[in-house]
Design a binder for this molecule. Structure first.
Ligand code: SF4
Length: 311
């Protein structure tokens, strides 16, 4: 399947997915990968599908969506492997850009040290780069990179790219229990990310069956801690924990608002109370949502936070 969707995405609105890579052709074999272990390990860029075939498929999907009155906000390269392995990426991108829809790509960053990959990514409106750890040992444990990759080169490539890129740059960190969710790992990561000129940092947890059975999501306390450690020094850290949520806007439906907001940011209890008072609601809503196990109250650093329950 070369295209799928459009599907709703909190980060990208309605996104039409483009799969430009053959199954599990990747430079990493992340322990949490939702499509299983990597079978085609590679760091060499090559050709996968003919660009015209991908373009025609995208065109068909865009026309089909248009007929149904469905809006598409982004054409997003989100492959069954690493999309920057495709040597024809820029060619495909230039073809689909003629459709007048914004473009996005979700990359694992492993080839960002290559000039040609940087050049290709520069041309996207929205880029997501993965950065699970800046500690060599942890990186190898969680992302299981191809033997020819060097973490230092990748990190330098990210910094360099971020200072030249003019679009919307997002950093994605997947937290795996007991692997990269420790305080030291996150502090080191936070220090590094201060050098990366980003728009947003997303903290994710595995929500679909992972490649390895030992992979578990961290608990709510750990996620809150991670959010605070990174948020202390970095702008715009958000949770991306598998629930659809938006920014701090109110829809008038208090229950829904609390759930949407806590899906993105753990909220201090005072902020929740302020929101309830502002919307003229009653505080019993907190107990109701707790009873329904939709939210949890967490004590962290002497403060109380309301967080979304991770299922
Ligand atoms: S980089 Fe993406 S596709 Fe590759 S192994 Fe990791 S999660 Fe799977």
């Amino acid at each position: 399947m070369l295209t799928f969707g459009p599907v709703p995405s909190r980060r990208l609105g309605r996104s039409l997915g483009i799969n430009n890579i053959t199954f599990k052709h990747c430079s990493y074999s992340c322990v949490y990968c939702q499509i299983g272990r990597t079978t085609e390990y590679s760091v060499k860029r090559g050709g996968f599908y003919p660009p015209e075939k991908i373009y025609n498929d995208v065109l068909k999907s865009v026309k089909r969506a248009g007929k149904r009155g469905e809006k598409i906000d982004y054409l997003t390269f989100v492959a069954d492997g690493e999309p920057t392995l495709d040597v024809n990426l820029i060619k495909i991108l230039n073809m689909i850009k003629t459709l007048g829809i914004k473009t996005a790509i979700i990359s694992n960053s492993s080839l960002i040290w290559m000039d040609e990959v940087k050049r290709d990514l520069m041309n996207f409106d929205w880029v997501s780069l993965k950065c699970d750890s800046v500690d060599e040992h942890v990186w190898k444990k969680i992302d299981r990179p191809h033997g020819e990759l060097a973490l230092k080169k990748i990190l330098n490539g990210m910094v360099d790219f971020s200072h030249n890129y003019k679009g919307d740059l997002n950093i994605e960190v997947m937290l795996v229990k007991g692997v990269n969710d420790g305080g030291d790992n996150l502090k080191q990561l936070g220090q590094f990310l201060r050098r990366v000129k980003h728009n947003r940092i997303y903290l994710s947890v595995p929500t679909r069956p992972p490649a390895e059975k030992f992979v578990n999501k961290p608990d709510e306390m750990t996620v809150t801690k991670a959010y605070n450690i990174l948020g202390e020094k970095l702008k715009n850290v958000q949770l991306n924990i598998g629930f659809e949520g938006n920014e701090f806007s109110s829809t008038g439906d208090l229950e829904n608002d609390i759930l949407r907001i806590t899906a993105v940011h753990p909220m201090k209890i005072d902020s929740v109370i302020n929101l309830i008072n502002r919307e003229k609601g009653t505080l019993s809503i907190i107990n109701k949502l707790k009873k329904e196990e939709k939210i949890k109250e967490i004590d962290y650093n002497g403060e109380k936070f309301i967080v979304r329950t991770l299922y």
